[in-house]
Ligand binder design. Structure first.
Ligand code: HEC
Length: 122
C-alpha cells in the first residue's frame, strides 16, 4: 500500500514539469505547464484539431487566437476552454457543433495544456 502511495506521489511530481524551455521532442510528448508554440502545434496536429481550426483564421471553428482574445484576462479562461474542448458542443461562436474532444484521444492533461496555451493567445 505505501509503495502505491510512493508511486502515486512520484507520478504527481513527474507531471509537474516547470521547465517550459524543454524542447518537447521526446516521443512520450511530456506536457510541461506552459507549452511552446511548437509543442502546441504538435499536440493540435496529433489531436487532429487543425482539420477544423487554424491559429489565426477561421475554418470550421474559430481561430484559436480569437478564442484567446474573447476570454481576455479571465482567470478561469484556461479551465473553461479545457472543459469546452472535453465536452464538445457549442460555445456561442455560431459555427456549429464541436465533437467531444474534437474526436481526438488526447488525454485530459494534454487538453488542459493546450487550453492553457490557447488562453494566452491575444
Ligand atoms: C469537426 C470540427 C472540429 C474539430 C476536429 C475540433 N473542433 Fe474545436 N470547435 C469546432 C467548432 C465548430 C467550434 C465552435 C462551436 C460554436 O459555434 O460555438 C469549436 C470551438 C473550439 C474552441 C472554442 C471554445 C470556447 O470556449 O469558445 C476551442 C478552444 C476549440 N474548439 C479547440 C479545439 C481543439 C483543441 C481541438 C482538437 C483536440 C478541436 N477544437 C477540434 C469544431 C472542431
Amino acid at each position: 500500500m505505501s509503495r502505491l502511495l510512493i508511486l502515486l506521489a512520484a507520478m504527481l511530481l513527474a507531471s509537474c514539469n516547470f521547465d517550459d524551455k524543454a524542447p518537447g521532442a521526446g516521443k512520450s510528448m511530456k506536457i510541461s505547464a506552459d507549452l511552446t508554440k511548437d509543442q502546441a502545434m504538435k499536440l493540435g496536429d496529433r489531436g487532429n484539431c487543425f482539420s477544423c481550426h487554424r491559429m489565426d483564421e477561421r475554418l470550421a471553428g474559430p481561430g484559436w487566437r480569437e478564442v484567446g482574445i474573447r476570454y481576455g484576462n479571465d482567470p478561469k479562461a484556461a479551465f473553461l476552454i479545457a472543459s469546452h474542448i472535453k465536452s464538445g458542443g457549442t460555445f456561442g461562436w455560431n459555427m456549429g457543433y464541436m465533437p467531444m474532444r474534437g474526436g481526438s484521444s488526447l488525454s485530459d492533461s494534454e487538453i488542459d495544456a493546450l487550453a492553457k496555451y490557447i488562453s494566452t493567445l491575444h
